[in-house]
Design a protein around this ligand. Structure first.
Ligand SMILES: CC(C)[C@H](C(=O)O)[C@@H](O)C(=O)O
Ligand code: SF4
Length: 436
């Protein structure tokens, strides 16, 4: 009987030839990720009481992203504490003001196929887009990982999600994952691994694969993985990483269930307040007036997202009365977007470009919403109060849907905008997209 990717990675991490779903294992983490809000600030007390000695600082990655730039004195204090801790522990990998931690660790080559990555943030699962087993853990659990390098985990069952066929024009990974979560439900995959496969998945760019794994936790999943391929190897080679442990599920691996979808039949999807599984096709929600559009986050603030938005907004103006916040997912995304002229296009359309941060996404710093305000967001969560007031409403959609919504001031179907844009090769949705 074969093993799934998750089983193989956890077998390796726990030094065993074979593990099965349901087994409890003690596994060695390859990366221990923390951020400012749920990192040293919370961890330090217990860490020091238990000896305060990092087992292996090379495995610790610390990112200040949630309190950046600080909007309150308390956030500034957390940020200072985090920076001081990085210095005190002599951490080789401390990043601040670079963007949300999940994007930063991918860009800096910490995420590799076959690795076990644990982090004090629920979207740590994003790293599974490169074939790692990555999962969010509590800050208390992190104390154990820092001191011993190990963590106990129950090997999850796996639900395989197969998307075959070609995504239609104007339909993206975000639409695909929202549709999947609608079916599975926001707690329907609790403590499972989601394994995404099929021809539609294989044709996705790295930027888009990360959207799927990022949102696995929105179905309750422990992790979300995609089998690594040449696209992953090329992405890592660009970051001078050659060491990779390829793990793929065996053909006779045992799955809890397998869901099959036809990508070619998909239309843009929108998650309505206040749950990520409250998903409807764009046709059912188009026309809803919005106050703010948020294009950013570790889910959908990457280069391909900004390219799509710039393509749609080029030469146009956002609707009067709408704020459109654009937040590149990292400093390097910002720089590349700037080189390509994307930020100028977006600013000329009336967008406000914020620095890479979690600030607006989680209602932490700049970009919070007031009572009665409605947002179209490219991020991953629309819980009540997520972006500020509990009396506000957050809708989730793709970056293209966000950009079209900014133009109309109402939730809008992006497909007509992309067609009107004068496409050259019929494919603005994938890696080949060029906007200039
Ligand atoms: C702050 C933290 C609790 C949180 C998470 O763990 O996901 C945040 O990053 C989010 O996206 O809601
Ligand atoms: S989901 Fe938002 S708040 Fe959470 S890590 Fe990503 S960007 Fe930050």
């Amino acid at each position: 009987m074969g093993m799934t990717m998750s089983e193989k990675i956890l077998a390796k991490a726990s030094g065993q030839a074979e593990v099965r779903a349901g087994d409890i294992v003690w596994a060695k983490a390859d990366v221990a990720l923390m951020h400012d809000l749920l990192g040293p600030w919370l961890v330090d007390g217990a860490f020091k009481r238990l000896g305060g000695k990092l087992l292996d600082k090379e495995k610790v990655v610390l990112v200040s992203d949630h309190c950046t730039p600080p909007a309150t004195v308390q956030q500034a204090n957390i940020l200072k504490f985090t920076r001081d801790w990085a210095r005190e522990q002599d951490l080789p990998y401390y990043y601040e003001f670079e963007g949300p931690c999940h994007q930063v660790i991918v860009e800096h080559g910490h995420v590799r196929p076959g690795r076990l990555i644990v982090g004090t943030d629920s979207h740590t699962c994003m790293a599974g887009g490169l074939g790692a087993f990555a999962t969010g853990i509590g800050s208390t659990e992190m104390v154990g990982v820092l001191l011993t390098g190990e963590i106990w985990l129950k090997v999850p069952k796996t639900t395989k999600v197969v998307w075959d066929g070609e995504l239609p024009h104007g339909v993206y990974a975000k639409d695909l994952i929202l549709r999947t979560i609608r079916d599975i439900g926001h707690a329907g995959a609790t403590y499972e691994a989601l394994e995404f496969s099929g021809s539609a998945i294989a044709s996705l760019s790295m930027d888009e694969r990360l959207v799927l794994s990022n949102m696995a936790v929105e179905a309750g999943a422990k992790t979300g993985l995609i089998e690594p391929d040449e696209a992953v190897a090329a992405y890592l080679r660009d970051r001078d990483v050659s060491e990779m442990d390829w793990m793929a599920s065996d053909s006779d691996a045992v799955y809890e269930r397998v869901l099959y979808y036809d990508a070619s039949a998909l239309e843009p999807q929108v998650a309505c307040p206040h749950e990520v599984d409250n998903v409807h096709p764009i046709s059912a929600v188009a026309g809803k007036t919005v106050d703010q559009v948020y294009l950013g986050s570790c889910t959908n603030g990457r280069l391909s997202d900004l390219r799509i938005a710039a393509h749609i907004l080029k030469g146009k103006k956002i609707a009067k009365g709408v704020r459109c916040l654009v937040v590149p997912a990292s400093q390097s995304v910002w720089m590349q977007a700037s080189k390509e002229g994307l930020l100028d296009i977006l600013a000329e359309a009336g967008c406000i470009i914020n620095m890479p941060s979690c600030g607006a996404c989680g209602g932490f710093t700049s970009g919070v919403i007031g009572a009665g305000e409605v947002v179209m967001s490219s991020s991953n969560r629309n819980f009540r109060g997520r972006m500020g007031s509990a009396a506000g409403e957050v809708y989730l959609g793709s970056p293209a849907t966000a950009a079209a919504t900014a133009i109309e001031g109402k939730i809008a179907d992006p497909r007509s905008y992309i067609e009107k844009g004068g496409e050259q090769n019929g494919d603005y949705s994938r890696t080949r997209m060029e906007i200039r």
